[in-house]
Design a protein. Structure first.
Length: 164
């Protein structure tokens, strides 16, 4: 039975815009893959475009189960979503719907090989133990906003020096 996504779950997915999808290969090897096009598909499903996900696609063909973790970097909280997932071709209605969802809030036209739709049957919160050291989520976000600025500046300096 599908799980109804809450308003908070929807807000975290929208804010994070980056998720990590876990699948398992036929020989039992884990595959963890970042997904930058994660979106709420409807009240019971999440989706992401298959831009470069050959292992995810192959694993779902053998074992159609997936877990997606979405965590907002500043709030240090999010959700683990799990359930059966299926890859749909660009000619499918699912692909057309997912593409429209992405077009609403992202002007980039991503070349995609398909869309993966996850039916959420399990959802659990993810929350940093750091909440023991702050008053509330606003404080957590303030701490990490400051920390994030410092980390970004440090990485920018690295990129200028290293030019990877």
């Amino acid at each position: 039975m599908a799980f109804a996504l809450t308003a908070d779950m929807r807000a975290v997915v929208k804010a994070a815009h980056l998720a990590f999808a876990a699948t398992v290969s036929a020989d039992g090897r884990p595959n963890l893959s970042p997904k930058g096009t994660i979106r709420v598909y409807d009240d019971h499903h999440l989706c992401f475009l298959d831009i470069a996900s050959p292992r995810t696609r192959a694993n779902l063909e053998q074992r159609p189960w997936m877990e997606i973790n979405v965590v907002d970097a500043l709030s240090r909280r999010g959700y683990r979503f799990a359930g059966p997932a299926k890859s749909h071709a660009p000619s499918s209605a699912e692909f057309a719907r997912a593409s429209e969802i992405l077009r609403r809030d992202d002007s980039n036209a991503y070349p995609a090989l398909g869309v993966v739709v996850l039916a959420v049957v399990e959802a659990a919160p993810v929350r940093s133990p750091g909440y023991r050291f702050v008053r509330d989520e606003a404080d957590m976000r303030a701490v990490w906003r400051k920390r994030r600025d410092a980390l970004d500046a440090e990485f920018d300096e690295f990129l200028l020096r290293a030019r990877p």
